[in-house]
Design a protein around this ligand. Structure first.
Ligand code: UDP
Length: 469
């Protein structure tokens, strides 16, 4: 059938996420977006998942979208000592990569034939060798900022001289100081760094890159990437964001529980609450957790604090008193709400009582805050987060403290944390800019063909019609 005669329903895309909520969430939002555009979607899910949060989200997605074909991908056991890391998520990236030769037999049953294969950024090289042998066009979902993508795609250029570099210059995008380079890249033989080093040179072999971003948020980076300023041979970068939080993500059973943060937020006045959360997979030292508690006692503002002290949530957990300390928790509870559970972050950010967000600047959190127009006090902890925090500060709707360092580098004292929260919450200019960002985010996805994300998604679907087998 000629592409002109094909409709969106004829497009069939396989989506292959990697491990962790920071990867699963954007992959599922992309899948939902394509289903809502009437494309056919096959979702390849690595089994087992690392965290309970991932398996719960997958089953809610399954119930919400029965028309999506689920292909469970059973992983081979990984010799962890050979992978040289203790991070359960990096180890799972590696396990998926090392099992990827099993993909062709899994894909043999897929029908109708695939128009394209979209893989997570953490899986590029191994999936590329499969898609090349099956002659399938490979697209990559980059799960961080377009600015981070410009850094990632420049790796072959700067990595040979990295030991002597004070900064990395990305033409047309930004100058990234050594202190903001993701720390694993400065370590010898780190499993995550090895993935980036192996995959970055392969980018030109893919057919396109999808980023959860939009022009008003990262215009320079998007323009530089698509004009060949960053790396000449790159395929087109499609700004398909902001990905919109979806109904299937809501956990209704937990919402009905009395401890629901939403119920508490309902009783607070507009813009009065600072929301404090560091994403799905960050563990801080008990000492640092307690300093955050001290900071929240010091700030003039009331707060909703989601405490996390383990990378992966287990069924049997230390309780809040044990993590935060009995006395401190009592004082905190008279001034705000402290929880140690999975919360529905999008609902919290959408609540009108929330006036600011202390965030690690994981990219999904940043885009969700932009979507809801909530100013950010960035406290980047690992990986790409300083680069993302700088995107927020540069676009004027947030700030971050460069002296606080990476996770575990310094003990940031409560006094400083409290002062920084007050500074962010009282800054009217940040509020105005965050409101403008919210408006721009909504325009980007507006129907009727005018929004930048709408245009990018339609371009992708049209490209997939042409590749149909
Ligand atoms: N999230 C959530 N509830 C929590 C913790 C995290 O809904 O209690 C969601 C958050 O909204 C985001 C994702 O999990 O969509 C985390 O991704 P992000 O890139 O912000 O950070 P990561 O967890 O990967 O560090």
């Amino acid at each position: 059938m000629s592409p002109e005669k094909m409709s969106d329903e004829d497009v069939h895309v396989a989506i292959f996420p990697s491990a962790g909520m920071g990867h699963l969430v954007p992959n599922l939002r992309l899948a939902a977006l394509l289903v809502n555009r009437h494309c056919q979607v096959t979702l390849i899910t690595a089994q087992p998942t690392v965290s309970l949060a991932e398996s719960k989200l997958l089953s809610r997605f399954h119930s919400a979208f029965p028309q999506v074909t689920f292909l469970p991908f059973h992983l081979l056991p990984l010799d962890a000592s050979a992978a040289n890391s203790e991070d359960p998520f990096f180890l799972r990236f590696e396990a998926i990569r090392r099992s990827s030769h099993l993909l062709p037999s899994l894909l043999a049953s897929v029908s109708p034939p695939l128009s394209a294969f979209v893989c997570d950024v953490a899986l590029i090289s191994p999936v590329l060798s499969v898609t090349e042998s099956l002659r399938l066009p490979l697209f990559i979902l980059f799960t961080s900022s377009a600015t981070m993508f410009s850094f990632f795609s420049s790796i072959p250029r700067f990595i040979p001289s990295i030991s002597g570099l004070d900064f990395v210059e990305i033409p047309g995008v930004s100058t990234i100081p050594r202190s903001s380079i993701p720390p694993p890249l400065l370590l010898p033989n780190n499993v995550f760094a090895n993935i980036l080093l192996e995959d970055s040179p392969k980018l030109p072999k893919s057919c396109g890159i999808l980023v959860n971003s939009f022009e008003a948020l990262e215009l320079n980076a998007l323009q530089a990437l698509n004009s060949g300023k960053v790396v000449k041979e790159l395929p087109p970068v499609f700004p398909v964001g902001p990905f919109v939080p979806c109904e299937f993500e809501k956990n209704e059973r937990e919402e009905q529980m009395n401890s629901s943060p939403l119920k508490w937020l309902n009783d607070q006045s507009p813009g009065s609450i600072v929301y404090v959360s560091f994403g799905s997979r960050l563990s801080m030292s008990r000492e640092q957790v307690r300093e955050i508690g001290n900071g929240l006692l010091k700030t003039e503002f009331k707060f909703l604090w989601v405490v996390k002290d383990k990378k992966v949530d287990k069924e049997e957990e230390d309780d809040l008193e044990e993590v935060v300390g009995m006395e401190l928790i009592k004082s905190l509870q008279s001034k705000g709400l402290v929880v140690k559970q999975w919360v529905d972050q999008s609902d919290i950010l959408s609540h009108n009582s929330v006036g600011g967000f202390v965030s690690h600047c994981g990219w999904n959190s940043v885009v969700e805050a932009a979507w809801h127009g909530v100013p950010i006090l960035g406290w980047p902890q690992i990986g790409d987060q300083k680069i993302n925090a700088e995107v927020v500060e540069k676009s004027g709707w947030g700030m971050w403290k460069k002296t606080w360092g990476w996770s575990g580098q310094n003990l940031v004292k409560g006094e400083e944390i409290g002062d920084a929260i007050d500074e962010m919450m009282k800054n009217e200019a940040l509020k105005v800019k965050a409101g403008e960002m919210k408006e721009a985010a909504r325009k980007a996805v507006a129907g009727g063909g005018g929004g930048s994300s709408e245009i990018a998604v339609q371009k992708l679907i049209d490209a997939w019609k042409k590749t149909n087998h």
